[in-house]
Design a protein around this ligand. Structure first.
Ligand SMILES: Cc1ncc(COP(=O)(O)O)c(C=O)c1O
Length: 375
């Protein structure tokens, strides 16, 4: 994030949306209406669970249409879905817990859970998700929970197949493993719609799903949510109370006011078109520029391409080389709980302008070709 804000840098690093897509004027008008109508309530403390109409909105528009049990009382609004991950860590992990992750997995989930000092286990991610055989083997090591981003994964862009989802739901129930489905990207599909979320057919008592407004509206408003089984709501609410008492109620009310008038589905349709073009642009540049012994994913949604370097090259060293020319990306090593691989990098295609993207990839390709191989 720091490098993405540097004004002289070309950043392909963070998972930042394109700033031209933010509904600035609509949010300004919604803020004005809220402050005029409900100013004193919007500036007061509020309850920890979140603004009731917004919780009901999440249940109605994000859970119900996707077949997830949609009780607004089981929706907790959080300060971004990153806080959801922290609260889940606080609630479910102790020093003896084993936490199963895909390898690679979302870097900031590894950081959030890592603070509670679990033992991390990992299971290989593949283009179609985690296979039932690999998952069963991993579940035999008795993890307490399995954290997954099954749709347009960060960092790979991969999406689990329907078969792997069904098997995972069955196996989690059989082995009594708690499922955490992190789903910030499923609205951002550029080809076909992804399969239904795991949470729509896994054991409702043993599953949570988290979501966010960050990627479809604005990350600056810091508004995410957890849909949890009833028995987890109380511990989660207490964990959130200890963190921040409540999320920002002014923003919650402004967001709800915005959603009453704003056509979110149409906005998401526009985002898809915009990001589909950016994804295609990045893939075209990669095809044109990269040496033939590099490979990369062709994501059907989300924000990232995951590139595997030619044998013997290190993503961490490559970053040092490109940084000297003002180009940054996320080295793949940080997406492994034990830093076990350093031959991959993650590239974001949603944030930079077309010309910055092309210039950045040119520098990247040149430095890959120049870089001596590690022996
Ligand atoms: C997989 C995943 N989960 C959670 C988050 C956190 O997003 P936010 O806190 O903005 O909702 C991100 C952000 O990039 C992400 O990629």
């Amino acid at each position: 994030m720091k490098s993405a804000q540097g004004d002289r840098l070309i950043s392909l690093a963070g998972g930042l949306p394109c700033p031209s897509t933010f509904p600035v004027e609509e949010l300004r008008a919604a803020a004005d209406r809220v402050l005029r109508k409900d100013g004193s309530l919007a500036l007061q403390y509020t309850n920890t669970e979140g603004y009731a109409p917004l919780r009901a909105y999440v249940a109605e528009y994000f859970l119900k249409p996707r077949g997830i049990p949609a009780d607004p009382d089981c929706v907790l609004l959080t300060s971004g879905s990153q806080q959801a991950l922290d609260l889940l860590g606080k609630t479910l992990i102790d020093t003896y817990a084993r936490v199963l992750l895909e390898a690679p997995s979302y870097l900031s989930a590894i950081q959030a859970f890592g603070l509670y000092e679990p033992t991390f286990l990992s299971v290989p991610a593949t283009p179609g998700g985690v296979t039932p055989d690999a998952l069963e083997k991993a579940f035999r090591q008795r993890p307490r929970m399995f954290y997954t981003v099954p749709t347009f994964q960060n960092p790979t862009g991969w999406t689990w197949s329907q078969e792997n989802r069904t098997a995972a739901a069955r196996l989690a129930q059989k082995h009594d493993v708690f499922l955490i489905e992190d789903d910030p990207y499923s609205e951002l599909s550029y080809d076909e719609a992804p399969p239904p979320p795991l949470a729509s057919f896994s054991d409702p008592a043993g599953t949570v799903i988290t979501g966010t407004f960050s990627k479809i509206l604005s990350p600056g408003i810091r508004m995410g949510w957890i849909a949890a089984p009833r028995h987890l709501m109380d511990p989660l609410v207490r964990a959130k109370q200890a963190s921040d008492l409540c999320s920002n109620i002014l923003t919650q009310r402004i967001l709800f006011e915005l959603l009453a008038e704003f056509d979110l589905l149409k906005h998401i349709e526009r985002l898809r078109k915009h990001y589909r073009r950016k994804r295609d642009r990045m893939l075209e540049w990669l095809d044109k520029l990269m040496p033939t012994d590099c490979t990369w994913t062709r994501p059907r949604g989300g924000m990232f391409v995951w590139l595997t370097l030619p044998p013997g090259l290190s993503g961490t060293r490559l970053l040092r080389a490109t940084q000297a020319y003002g180009v940054v990306f996320a080295p793949g090593r940080s997406f492994y709980a034990h830093g076990e691989r350093d031959d991959t990098i993650r590239l974001n295609f949603t944030h930079s302008s077309d010309s910055d993207m092309a210039d950045g990839l040119r520098v990247l390709a040149r430095e890959i070709q120049r870089m001596p191989v590690d022996i």
